[in-house]
Design a protein around this ligand. Structure first.
Ligand SMILES: CC(C)(COP(=O)(O)OP(=O)(O)OC[C@H]1O[C@@H](n2cnc3c(N)ncnc32)[C@H](O)[C@@H]1OP(=O)(O)O)[C@@H](O)C(=O)NCCC(=O)NCCS
Length: 344
């Protein structure tokens, strides 16, 4: 999508994250579907996930992450030119979730837009943010999903995989700040697999009817699990190599891989194909499950809070999701960016 960053390219200058306080364990899922901790843990590595409160919506989660990000970066909201929200679980059909966030944080001089890019949306939208930041615009990029209100709680093959959360990144011109510099960024889509993973009902192709709602289709997530699994591994591996190639780097140059937290078995398979030690692949999927386009922001924040990211390191981030879409980037840490979150 974009060429390797020049010295004055774009930089993630601060990060924020928010996860709801309500924890739901695998055992808790047993109240709703025929499942077990052993099944979920062995297939996915997930042990628990966070679930939004009744009075929380996508915009409220995104706003909390955004506020934390701006507070961490000590950056005034009225200097933001773009509020980009990557989500597949929007506040409502229209207007964009980003409009509600823009109002809530007081980003009065910003254009507010949503990106629907599946679980790869945050990294793909980082490419858009980078392009604007290179032109001098401060961008607030938020990945946010509230899947617990958008899924079928009686479908054990999808519902147990997901969690709610939000991650936000302040993306500034490299001439203005230090942080995680965008060294390379690539993204791609193969729309021939658009029907494999997604939420097909409620749009204009399949408008909701009383019959569809009675059948529970308003919440139905379609997923061909094994096909998604195989494609996730292949595309994440290829995307990682492409981003490294664009940067003129190899895996030997990478301190941490920070991938989309889809599922531990996918992460392990990608690590194996990339021939990186699994310990170099940051994972918190056990505690937060798959939070879609929020997962990489949350993972970056947590890795920084744990002191794992150091100045001079290079990180590789890579994501895959519905579309099928994928995205990957190399980030160079010119200074450890400030972060704010309560992920405990
Ligand atoms: C979803 C996934 C964990 C399913 O694992 P799997 O080994 O492929 O399991 P299958 O779909 O073949 O199902 C095997 C059996 O387990 C059952 N099953 C599904 N979910 C279950 C659950 N939560 N608990 C218990 N049993 C379950 C199925 O009904 C099926 O039963 P059957 O053989 O009687 O029909 C796996 O395919 C996967 O990880 N896919 C990728 C999903 C993903 O990451 N999506 C997001 C990408 S961004």
């Amino acid at each position: 999508m974009t060429q390797p960053a020049a010295a004055d390219g774009a930089v993630i200058a601060a990060l924020g994250a928010y996860v709801p306080s309500r924890r739901m364990t695998n055992a808790d899922w047993g109240q709703y579907v025929d499942t077990s901790d052993e099944w979920i843990r062995s297939r996915t590595g997930i042990e628990e996930r966070r679930m939004a409160a009744d009075d929380e919506s996508t915009a409220t989660l995104a706003t909390r992450a955004a506020e934390r990000c701006l507070a961490a970066g000590k950056f005034p909201a009225d200097r933001i030119r773009w509020v980009l929200v990557s989500t597949d679980t929007p506040e409502m059909w229209n207007p964009a979730t980003a409009c509600f966030v823009q109002a809530a944080i007081g980003a009065v001089n910003a254009v507010a837009l949503d990106v629907t890019g599946g679980c790869a949306g945050f990294v793909a939208a980082l490419g858009l943010a980078e392009a604007r930041a290179r032109l001098g615009d401060p961008v607030l990029l938020i990945g946010c999903e509230l899947l617990s209100k958008a899924m079928d709680w009686s479908d054990r093959s999808t519902a147990v995989l997901f969690g709610d959360g939000a991650g936000a990144a302040l993306v500034l011109p490299g001439s203005e700040a230090e942080g995680l510099a965008v060294t390379s960024l690539i993204a791609g889509t193969d729309g021939r697999d658009a029907d494999i993973l997604g939420k097909p009902y409620g749009g204009t192709k399949n408008p909701l009817t009383a019959e569809l709602v009675a059948a529970g289709h308003h919440h139905k997530i379609v997923m061909h699990g094994q096909y998604v699994f195989r494609n996730a591994v292949v595309h994440m591996t290829d995307a990682a190599h492409e981003a490294l190639g664009r940067a003129g780097l190899t895996l030997a140059d990478i301190a941490w891989v920070v991938p989309h937290q889809a599922n531990q078995r996918i992460l392990d398979a990608v690590a194996e194909r990339l021939k990186v030690e699994a310990v170099k692949v940051y994972s918190n999927v056990a505690r937060f499950a798959n939070t879609g386009s929020a997962s990489i922001g949350i993972a970056l924040v947590e890795a920084i809070q744990r002191g794992l990211i150091e100045q001079g390191q290079r990180l590789l981030t890579v994501a895959f999701g519905s579309g099928f879409s994928w995205a990957a980037g190399v980030l160079t840490c010119t200074a450890v960016p400030p972060v704010e979150a309560d992920l405990g």
